[in-house]
Design a protein around this ligand. Structure first.
Ligand code: EPZ
Length: 424
């Protein structure tokens, strides 16, 4: 079993480039199903979720090759309209193929998706959106199929601005007749990135980054070249790692407006943050200050994906911080692991109370999910002595070679293969 060995207590320093955003790459790859000809997609790090998505594309009949961080996808010869159950279970965003594949082949036969265990994660809004457009949708709680009937643009009002549902509706309607409007659409930067890619391919999508997205259907999409946006969650994760170690780092290749929702929190922690459009410098104080209250929200609120990494930094802040998770009902699994390092966190339903301690001690802990895993690594960076972090396959879904990235910033982190290191 692979694990990370961290010798903590070293201040992070230096500078690093932030890689492309997982949550952009996945829907962009799903979108290639709709495109005739070759799409060239830059800034795609090697992440396990990306590799699973590439394998799904290949199963469907697409040609996919990788040259460094560039993926070249040609889905002209798509020959299948189903996805195998193990592939569906590997990641949540496999469900985004539903709209794209049904639109492209006339029918998509999938299974309910897997992904990080952070709550119920229903797909009712995806299915209602597709039905409203005129797809026939079937699910029995295990299989999920969509068949294209007379698909005509509609106004679809989302009761919650779901990222995945917004993406699925865009993909299901981009080649439909007429105009589709998504009211109360998600405004996450990854939605705008998906639309940018599709528009380069010939789509007509307007209003992303506002609550109302308009999609004027087109007859066909042709190959496009696109560079995926930088990963805002990776940026905040590294800033949290810097904060907990009292370090000073510079992140390059960021898109600063996307990180803005998290900046007030680093300010309140006492970090000195300066930036221009594409880079950010952060200098942490010797002792972080507590943050009175953080509440996760849809963009442009504080991102749920940053909740765990930031919580980890707050474990050693001076005073008590309150964190409310409003997006997912079960996204606090990392807390038990953080407490193994000597953190003092208690949970009441969706509220975590983080009583800052003077320092963390080394521990053997496991990654419970992707961002929770990053939080555990951050705790290990702060704790004096050697910590062992297992179940790191969760981290590999969204952080490319995390030990290398952190080593470039002066951390002592190694990946090892150790059959005996299994934390129960
Ligand atoms: C995306 O998940 C991201 N995943 C998540 O990132 C991220 O945490 C989340 O958006 C919120 O920002 C990808 O982009 C691949 P949602 P998604 O639909 O699309 C409820 C990470 O760590 N809901 O906006 O699944 C749902 O249960 C991951 O990188 C319904 O009720 O998020 C949740 O409570 C994890 N019915 C809320 O909406 C639906 O049909 C937000 O979900 C759909 C969602």
């Amino acid at each position: 079993m692979k694990c990370l060995k961290i010798n903590g207590g070293r201040k992070l320093k230096g500078s690093i480039d932030v890689h492309g955003a997982k949550n952009s790459i996945l829907p962009v790859l799903c979108a290639t199903v709709l495109i005739n000809g070759k799409s060239v997609i830059h800034n795609c790090p090697t992440l396990s979720d990306v590799e699973v998505t590439v394998n799904i594309l290949r199963y469907l009949g697409a040609n996919v090759s990788r040259e460094g961080n560039t993926l070249i996808v040609d889905a002209t010869s798509i020959s299948r309209s189903n996805i195998l159950e193990p592939q569906m279970k590997e990641l949540r965003s496999s469900i985004i193929f539903l709209g794209a594949l049904a639109s492209r082949t006339g029918q998509a036969c999938l299974y309910l998706p897997g992904g990080c265990d952070i709550g119920l994660r229903p797909i009712d809004l995806h299915l209602k959106g597709l039905k409203a457009l005129g797809y026939e949708v079937f699910t029995d709680g295990h299989n999920v199929c969509a068949t294209r009937r007379d698909v005509i643009g509609k106004e679809i009002v989302l009761p919650f601005p779901s990222v995945g549902a917004t993406e699925n509706i865009i993909l299901a309607s981009v080649l439909a007749k007429g105009t589709t409007t998504i009211v109360n659409a998600a405004r996450e930067p990854e939605i705008e990135d998906l639309a940018d890619f599709l528009n380069k391919a010939g789509a007509r999508i307007y209003g992303t980054s506002t609550p109302t997205i308009t999609i004027e259907g087109v007859n066909e999409l042709n190959g496009a070249e696109h560079t995926v946006i930088p990963d805002r969650i990776l940026a905040t994760t590294l800033m949290s790692a810097c904060a907990i170690t009292g370090g000073r780092i510079q992140l390059n290749n960021v898109c600063m407006p996307h990180i803005m929702p998290t900046l007030p929190v680093f300010d309140e922690m006492g970090c000195d943050v300066s930036y221009n459009y594409s880079s950010v410098k952060i200098k942490a104080p010797n002792r972080l200050k507590r943050v009175k209250s953080i509440e996760t929200m849809a963009y442009p609120g504080f991102p749920t994906d940053c909740q765990a990494p930031v919580m980890s930094a707050l474990c050693v802040a001076d005073g008590t911080s309150i964190i409310k998770e409003t997006i997912f009902e079960n996204r606090f699994k990392h807390i038990e692991q953080l407490n193994l390092f000597g953190a003092d966190i208690s949970v009441n339903d969706r509220i975590a109370v983080v009583n800052g301690v003077n320092s963390l001690h080394s521990a053997n802990a496991k990654c419970t999910d992707l961002r929770g895993g990053a939080a555990v690594v951050i705790a290990g960076l702060s704790a004096e002595g050697e910590s062992t972090i297992t179940d790191i396959q969760h981290i590999d879904r969204g952080y490319e070679n995390i030990e290398h990235q952190l080593s470039l910033l002066n951390a002592d982190v190694k990946r090892i293969d150790d059959e005996k290191q299994q934390i129960k």
